[in-house]
Design a binder for this molecule. Sequence first.
Ligand SMILES: NC(=O)c1ccc[n+]([C@@H]2O[C@H](COP(=O)([O-])OP(=O)(O)OC[C@H]3O[C@@H](n4cnc5c(N)ncnc54)[C@H](O)[C@@H]3O)[C@@H](O)[C@H]2O)c1
Length: 281
Amino acid sequence: MENDEHDGRAAWLGLAGSVCVVTGGGSGIGAATALELARCGALVAVLDRDGRAADAVADAIACAGGRAMSVQADVTSEDAIAAAAQRIQHELGSSRILVNSAALVGYAGPLMHADLAQWNRMLDVNLTGALLCIRAFGAQMISAGAGGSIVNVASICGHLPLPESGAYSVGKAGLLMLSRMLALELARHGIRCNSVSPGLVRTPATEAAYIDDTVAAGRSRLVPSGRIAEPTELASVIAFLGSERAAYINGQDILVDGGLSQALMSLVPKPATSTDAFTRK
Ligand SMILES: NC(=O)c1ccc[n+]([C@@H]2O[C@H](COP(=O)([O-])OP(=O)(O)OC[C@H]3O[C@@H](n4cnc5c(N)ncnc54)[C@H](O)[C@@H]3O)[C@@H](O)[C@H]2O)c1
């Protein structure tokens, strides 16, 4: 759509005409993914509880010459997701790719005092919501009999504990296991289930952390790649996992974090003198 290089990549992924559903598609990583899939020729359903945000992304896709529809639905409502799945099937066809990006992000204070209603709501959206969407759209994939691909957006925080984040790390760790279990349960239908775990990404959800230049610079310094990710850098990995180019990748998680999760040992203080300091004589 935009330039030759992108057209080449889009063709390589072979996503043209595939029906893709992106939850949380109205913002951040979900929005970037919806746009990327549409650029690759996919028919995209932008699903979000924020209907206006979903409309805006679907409009942007249409303006760029792609095909999309917006669906306002809360992933925690089984009825709303069942109705959304029916509408999408009617308007675009059976879904082939599902990207679960919808989530609540934020700090909730120490676990000993975290509000229980907030805890439950976060698990409902970030973990149960993903399962409800997988059931609804996975059923379409099974009936269509043409296989499919599910990509769950987990987090580095599902691998490494983020203190005071309430149910966030717990829910993301659960989502990683959910993905691996479904990879096994759905494989006989030709449906793959994988996840991506973003590190630090600048999105509307995390914008507050980047307003203060000192905090932003401190965060960038921690990342071996030296910078915070753009949502598009997640979108391209998600599109790849969704595509048949990743046909033999199943039950895997890809950490897209600029090396952050590998950086612990590089933070250990070293003596100023040479390596002789470690050599016993
Ligand atoms: N931004 C980061 O640094 C980062 C890091 C690791 C993982 N992630 C994960 O990436 C995903 C996207 O995060 P983001 O930063 O783009 O966030 P974001 O807030 O920009 O986008 C999330 C979208 O999900 C929607 N949503 C929330 N609850 C919903 C519900 N119940 N039903 C339907 N839609 C709902 C929101 O309306 C919003 O449009 C999340 O799963 C998040 O946990 C983000």
